[in-house]
Every structure is written in C-alpha cells, then in structure tokens.
Design a protein around this ligand. Sequence first.
Ligand SMILES: NC(=O)c1ccc[n+]([C@@H]2O[C@H](COP(=O)([O-])OP(=O)(O)OC[C@H]3O[C@@H](n4cnc5c(N)ncnc54)[C@H](OP(=O)(O)O)[C@@H]3O)[C@@H](O)[C@H]2O)c1
Length: 275
Amino acid sequence: MSVIRFRGSRPTRRALLAGLAVAAVALGCALAPLPGRAAVSPATTSPGAPPPEPRTVLVFGGTGQLGAQVVRRFVAAGDRVTVFARPGADRTRLQGLDVGYVTGDLLDAAAVAAALRTTRPAIVVNAVRVEDGDVHFYEKIMGPMAAHSKETGVRQLIHHGAVGAGDNAAKFPTLGWDKVPGLLERLADQGVGERLLRDSGVPYTIIRNARIYPDATPATGRAELTEDDGVISPMTRADLAALTLRCAGDPACLGKTYHVRDASLAWPPPGAAAR
Ligand SMILES: NC(=O)c1ccc[n+]([C@@H]2O[C@H](COP(=O)([O-])OP(=O)(O)OC[C@H]3O[C@@H](n4cnc5c(N)ncnc54)[C@H](OP(=O)(O)O)[C@@H]3O)[C@@H](O)[C@H]2O)c1
C-alpha cells in the first residue's frame, strides 16, 4: 500500500516556475501551496538540469470546476493542454490560459476517437461530472475513451472517479447511501466505468473523490493519496488538482486506485449542509 504526500519533495526549477505561474493566476484569491513533483516522478530534475520536455495532455471535463484547476496546473507546469469541450460549454474558467480546444460530446464515441487521434496525448485526464442523472453514463463513455486512448498510445489515463464505485460501496454500509434516491445506481455505474478502464489495457490511475469542499476553497496542502479503499474524507478540488499533477507521469501511480485523505478538513464544511 502506498501513500503519496504533498510535503517533503525537493523544489525543482520547473516546480518553482510552476509555483510562480500559479501564484500569478491566483492573485486576488487565497494562495494555494503548490507542491513540487513527486520524488519518484521522471519529470523531477537535478539542480541545474534543463526543464523536462512539455507533455501533451488532453483533459475531458476541463471546463468544469475540478477540470479547470487541473488544466491550470498543467499549463503552469509548461505542458501542452487540449480541452475536450461540448459545443457551447462555458470556457470562463479557462480564460487567459494558453490551451487548445477540441469540440465534442463524450457520449459521441467518434468525437472522442477523433480528439485522441488528432491530439495524440501522452496523458489523458477525465474530470467529468454527470449532471443529468444518467445511471449508465460511465458505462457509455469509458469504453471508447479507454479503448481509443490505448489505440493512440496514451501513456496514462487519470480518471477522477467516486468513493463507493462498484463493490467499494459495501465498505461504507453505515452512511445511508441506500436512502439517497439513485445514488447506489450511480455508484454501480462508476464501478462499471472503472472496470472498463482497467480491462482496456491502457495505463491508468483512478483517483476516487468524495465530500468535496466548495470550489473556491484553497488547497490545504495536506491531502494525500492512499490505496486504503476504506477511507472517505473531505477534500478540496485544489488539492485534487495538485494530486493529479503529482501522479501525472509517475510510474508509481500506474495501475493504482486511490482514495484521498485530508485530516485537516472538517465535514461538513463550515456553514454548509452535508452532501
Ligand atoms: N462527492 C462529492 O461531494 C462531489 C461533489 C461534486 C463533484 N464531485 C466529483 O468531482 C469531479 C469533478 O466535478 P466538478 O463538480 O468539478 O465538475 P463540474 O464543475 O460539474 O464540471 C463537469 C464537467 O464535465 C463536463 N461534461 C459533463 N458531461 C459531458 C459530456 N457528455 N461530454 C463532455 N463533457 C461533459 C462538463 O462540460 P460542459 O462545460 O460542457 O458542461 C464540465 O466540464 C467529478 O468526479 C464529480 O463526480 C464530487
């Protein structure tokens, strides 16, 4: 079992540049601590070494709250990012960022295939959230996303899933999920999506989230990834985005399904009702 922590990694030139860039775009908001890359990351450089080559990244859900924070961090790290966005998607969160776009709907397998064949990304991030209650959404989207990622040589597909996906729901019998209409069906669908991803043969990392704090909450810098699938903890999107960058390109994260633990956050958030 491995745990990936934010703290203790050596600052590199690239991480310092990334920190400056993120601080610049975050001016006016609370500044989030930006970690350096994981010590095991191939992108970690020795002092004085040239910065690593930019990576090509395709982000599904990049216009969303989590996705935009992920995009921002990849851009700040010097990577080349393309966002897969639906026609008419609100791109406000990405304003001013040097990103490319491909237009399409994830429910259109041909559009997903075209996006992957056109951009040929090394890394794919799926930060999508289903809003219309479709309890077969991940079953529909994950097959094409994973298969075309494999076909086009993607080196890592990082999927943001949910605590409770598939069989994992049985680990939390006291949380009353059975009383929330449709929730167990949605979690079963998340489980199907995870299985399709694992079975596809594409190198993957799954990060299961839960109990997300409001979008503007700054990173605590205390979140960590754990393979303990009995963990359910609050978290911020900013920390999720930082953990995504930590795992991107890190061989130690491949084939792993992570939960997030952040002992510094209370649940529910102050002034909010529990979800
Ligand atoms: N457990 C919790 O407390 C909790 C709460 C909230 C979120 N979450 C999880 O956090 C993650 C991110 O959620 P979020 O709230 O940050 O997301 P969000 O702001 O709602 O953004 C959702 C993104 O998904 C995209 N999307 C949805 N359907 C699509 C489709 N058919 N084709 C292409 N793109 C599509 C949206 O694109 P458009 O711009 O076109 O709409 C948008 O970019 C998800 O894993 C979500 O399940 C968990």
